[in-house]
Design a protein around this ligand. Structure first.
Ligand SMILES: [Cu+2]
Length: 461
């Protein structure tokens, strides 16, 4: 309300000033007073110069004030491989348009002041000036060509699709009013087929359950990605236009219903490293508004947002993004497979499940074998930690070696699609774990085990 009153006051004041000016002008015409007109010209052109100075100072001031928020500057440098090329384009464009802005604004107001109507001055009539016209055509043409060609080059670099043999992973993001659904392809690396006609309350992506590739696909409410790994995002929409926007990675692509788009990028800064980077910035070293017990940088997360005005809760279309190390990613991934949309929502539903009659669904068995392997890994991990904590050096070394070995098995199990192979991997893991029961070195002291009986038990599993 106060703002409205303020605006109305300013508008009314301006009207009053304009009216007074008009009255003065009319009066001088009636009196046929030329001097009065020259005075008015001088006053107006001087006001213009004052306005110019204020405007240009305000431009510089706001630039300095917001430097910490400008993409590509300070802590806001891009966190992806292609990001710097986009930042460079932004900066070149900002620099060039900035220079043009200062020159043209200066000329605009300076001309109005320098060439105001004055006694004894008469305007020259110029029909045209070829030299001048060439200059103001060629200079912008060269500048524009430079910007467009540079932009096109950056665009082509960024938008080149993955080639055969590339090492990359794929996720799928579907926008709908008002959230994102992010799907991972599961251990087969393939997304199952979708059909919008199959969309229901339990099948929000319209996955076709007769396509076995869908069985291991799972959704996640946070995007997890390993650092330095190329990721191709399939972008789709279920209703209206949305836009898949990851500002920190300079990723931005429309999500169009009925027309899949994509974006390929490689995140280069983990969430943890980004937090460390932000901790060095004063703006981030303040208590977080939502959780004052923590600093702002401590609660930082990368974010996926929607950058297309898509409806009244458009602002709500956010999803946290975590960039983690390869090991952290695998640990996370290992726990996600059981969230397969098929296993959670469809399995056992007689009407919807085409595999209902298949008593031993391979995927379920594969996950069961995987659980055995994960259990063994966990036991060795715990034993290794305990040995480290109790400073049993020889035990620790032996267990570390075992851990490396068993983790290799675990790694193989992440992508295996065969029940038989998973069974043999589970056996292998069990053997490795059992083999580590006797510590390699005889340094083992009875007292140590007595103090921590749990350690030996967990090794023996
Ligand atoms: Cu949206």
């Amino acid at each position: 309300m106060e703002i409205l009153i303020g605006i109305i006051t300013v508008v009314l004041l301006l009207i009053v000033i304009v009216q007074i000016g008009k009255v003065r002008e009319l009066a001088s015409i009636v009196r046929n007073d030329k001097n009065e007109q020259y005075e008015i010209n001088k006053f107006h052109s001087s006001l213009g110069v004052v306005f110019m100075v204020v405007l240009l100072l305000a431009t510089i001031g706001s630039f300095v004030y917001y430097t910490d928020y400008i993409l590509g500057w300070g802590v806001n440098t891009a966190a992806s491989e292609h990001g710097p090329s986009i930042d460079r384009m932004f900066n070149i464009t900002l620099g060039l348009t900035g220079i043009v802005y200062f020159i043209t604004q200066f000329l605009l107001f300076w001309f109005a002041w320098q060439y105001r109507g004055r006694r004894g001055h008469k305007a020259i009539y110029w029909s045209h000036n070829e030299k001048l016209e060439m200059v103001w055509m060629i200079v912008p043409a060269v500048a524009m060509t430079f910007l467009v060609v540079g932009g096109l080059q950056a665009w082509n670099d960024v938008m080149t699709d993955v080639q055969e043999g590339d090492d990359y992973m794929e996720i799928e993001a579907t926008g709908f009013q008002f959230a994102w659904t992010v799907r991972y392809p599961g251990r087969d690396g393939k997304f199952g087929a979708r059909d919008f006609k199959l969309i229901t309350g339990t099948n929000k992506l319209g996955q076709d359950w007769t396509d076995a590739d869908n069985i291991d696909d799972f959704e996640s409410s946070t995007i997890y990605l390993p650092v330095n790994k190329k990721v191709r995002v399939r972008i789709t929409s279920r209703d209206v236009l949305h836009n898949f926007y990851l500002p920190h990675f300079r990723v931005k692509m429309d999500a169009v219903p009925g027309m899949p788009t994509y974006f390929i990028f490689t995140p280069t800064v983990t969430t943890d490293s980004m937090r460390t980077r932000l901790s060095e910035d004063a703006n981030w070293n303040v208590p977080d508004k939502k959780d004052p017990s923590k600093k702002r940088y401590e609660t930082f997360d990368y974010v996926l947002a929607c950058a297309e005005l898509c409806g009244k809760r458009h602002y709500n279309m956010q999803m946290p993004v975590k960039i983690v190390t390869q090991e952290e990613y695998e640990a996370w991934y290992n726990n996600q497979e059981k969230n397969s949309t098929y296993l959670n929502n469809i399995r056992g539903d007689k009407n919807a499940d085409p595999f209902a009659s298949v008593a031993s669904l391979d995927f379920e068995q594969i996950l069961a074998e995987k659980d055995i392997i994960n259990e063994k890994v966990k036991a060795i991990e715990d034993a290794t930690k305990a040995a480290k904590k109790e400073k049993r050096k020889a035990d620790y070394e032996a267990l570390s070696a075992t851990l490396t070995k068993i983790k290799e098995v675990q790694k193989k199990a992440i992508t295996s699609l065969s029940v038989a192979e998973m069974k043999s991997l589970a056996q292998e893991a069990t053997q490795i774990a059992n083999g580590s029961v006797t510590p390699a070195a005889p340094v083992q002291e009875a007292t140590t085990t007595d103090e921590v009986p749990g350690v030996e038990e967990s090794i023996e599993q």
